[in-house]
Design a protein around this ligand. Sequence first.
Ligand code: MN
Length: 134
Amino acid sequence: MDLFPAGSRSAKQGDPNWFTGEVWLETIITAPEPARNRSIRAKFEPGARTAWHSHPLGQTLYVVSGSGLVGTRDGPPQIMRVGDSVWISPGEEHWHGATPNAAVEHIAIQEAESGFVTTWMEPVADEEYLLPPR
Ligand code: MN
C-alpha cells in the first residue's frame, strides 16, 4: 500500500507543445505494472485547452469545478459542467479544456497501453475552439 499525501507531488504546467494557455496537471496515480491506471487532475484557465489528441484505451473525464468544453472531429464542442462524466472512445481524436470565459478543473482517468497513454496532434485553432457549442 502506498499513500501519497496531498501536495507531496508537485503540479506541473502543461507542455506548451501540447497545451494552449495556462494549464496545471497534478498526478492522482501512476499505478505500477501490471496495473495501467494513469489518472490526473487538470486545471485550465479561461481559454486554455489541450491540442488534438487520442488515447489508445479511451479516457474518462469528470468535471469537479467550473465549466469546460470537449470537442471531437464531428462537430462543434460540447459544454461539460460540474458532475458531468465524459467517455472518449479508444483512438477517438478530441480535445478538452476551459471555456473562453471560465476556468475548469477535471479528473482524467486513462489506461496505458504498452506504457503509452496519449498520441498528440496539432493545436486546436481559435476557429475550432470558438465555434458556438452544441
Ligand atoms: Mn483526452
